[in-house]
Design a protein around this ligand. Sequence first.
Ligand code: FMN
Length: 206
Amino acid sequence: MSNNDFLDVVVNRRSIRRYKDKKIDRQEILDILNLAVKSPSSRNMQPWEFVVVESDEAKDNLSQMVYSNVQQIKTSSFALIIFSRQILEDNIEVVAEGEVVSGNFPAENKDEYVAYMKKSYASMDDDSKAHIATFDAGLLTANFLNAARHFGYDTNVIGGFVRDQVKNAFAPADNLNPAIVISVGIANEEGKTTYRIPAEDITKFV
Ligand SMILES: Cc1cc2nc3c(=O)[nH]c(=O)nc-3n(C[C@H](O)[C@H](O)[C@H](O)COP(=O)(O)O)c2cc1C
């Protein structure tokens, strides 16, 4: 059952920290992720990778690294760890090849594009790259929350985790840092409504 009501998806999303006992199959998880990766990213470098923590053993392991956020992890159908790729240029080749295969630009332009991008990233410092990677992971996160709701699931974004421990236990590669953890499942609580400062109070038109 998918929710195509954009306003309901966005307006009625709230952090859910207790879930019903339900497994979500891997294809559906990939379907949610394939919506999430529609997020924009700086120069389309898509500097993210995912680890789906779904087994009881892996959830138990992760739950020891999340301070007071244990219930969300333990009751979730799965927890998603979004890793951000600190070296943005690592994805140039794979993105260039994908653009060619998708027909977005001609094969003969690929080498020139790759060379241009590599040169451009060579002059960028590591802090700027890390900032971009983290920012892009944030955009992906917001998209993921809404994509999950489209599929009927709720979420809790969890920034409270021990970064080194999560990196050591779950990172697919050393140049990937855990940006955020998100618990996902079918809500087993209402969730609290939370206040938003009205846009009128925080917006200046110039
Ligand atoms: C970057 C980030 C980190 C967060 N970390 C936690 C966390 O560690 N534990 C938790 O219970 N909620 C966490 N939250 C959820 C926020 O508390 C929540 O989004 C906020 O209070 C607004 O409530 P809502 O999500 O229900 O709209 C985090 C949210 C964000 C965006």
